[in-house]
Design a binder for this molecule. Structure first.
Ligand SMILES: Cc1cc2nc3c(=O)[nH]c(=O)nc-3n(C[C@H](O)[C@H](O)[C@H](O)COP(=O)(O)O)c2cc1C
Length: 194
């Protein structure tokens, strides 16, 4: 599966088969996350790995009743490390870069899982303090994304996206007269078609 195939194949899946994720698959997913970029290559995040059914079920209990998480054989919790990034970048590292580091690692893991035929769902709605306490996180670490990984047991509808014309705004604006000269697609017109 190419990168673009994985990007377009990925969907949020909220039902998983009772089937394990292999150690090789898990290692490949974690290695992909480890390849993600980070501010200054500081990698200001930690990944907590859960494979115990009971503990995954207990974690799900801190996610506002998102019980489907408990079906997943593997769950990764991506935690931002403000102190690690803050030591190099100060407030920007503490408040922003560490969260960006953790979330892009989550995205890499999600796409890697998809490319292996596995299903995931990014879970951002959870009780942060309860999750941190449950996982015994070091003081200051912030869980920012929970990623259940498993084998899909559903075929969810594909959700639409905004038109690029709505999503992208070229700066400076491309006028009709200028279209074809300085545009983002190399000169043939507006890239966003809007
Ligand atoms: C930051 C963030 C938080 C999310 N939180 C949840 C969540 O708590 N529970 C859930 O079921 N899905 C969650 N999602 C998944 C989105 O609902 C989903 O990505 C979106 O509806 C688009 O659907 P798709 O992933 O199938 O393309 C989250 C996604 C993101 C990026």
């Amino acid at each position: 599966m190419t990168l673009f195939e994985a990007i377009h194949a990925r969907q949020s899946v909220r039902a998983y088969q009772d089937k394990p994720v292999s150690a090789e698959q898990l290692n490949a997913i974690l290695a992909a996350a480890n390849q993600s970029p980070s501010a200054g290559n500081v990698q200001a995040y930690e990944i907590v790995l859960l494979r115990d059914r009971g503990l995954i079920g207990a974690l799900a209990g801190h996610t506002f009743n998102q019980a489907f998480i408990a079906q997943a054989p593997v769950v990764l919790v991506f935690c931002a490390d403000p102190a690690r990034s803050g030591a190099k970048y100060g407030a920007a590292g503490e408040q922003l870069f560490c969260v960006q580091d953790a979330t892009i690692a989550t995205a890499y893991a999600q796409l890697a899982a998809t490319s292996l035929g596995l299903a995931t769902c990014w879970v951002g709605a959870f009780e942060e303090q309860r999750v941190a306490s449950f996982l015994g996180l070091r003081a200051g670490l912030r869980p920012v994304a929970i990623l259940p990984i498993g084998w899909s047991a559903e075929t969810p509808p594909r959700l639409p996206r905004r038109d690029l014309g709505d999503l992208v705004r070229e700066f400076p604006p491309v006028t009709a007269a200028a279209s074809g000269s300085h545009t983002a697609d190399g000169g043939s017109g507006s890239v966003a078609g809007g």
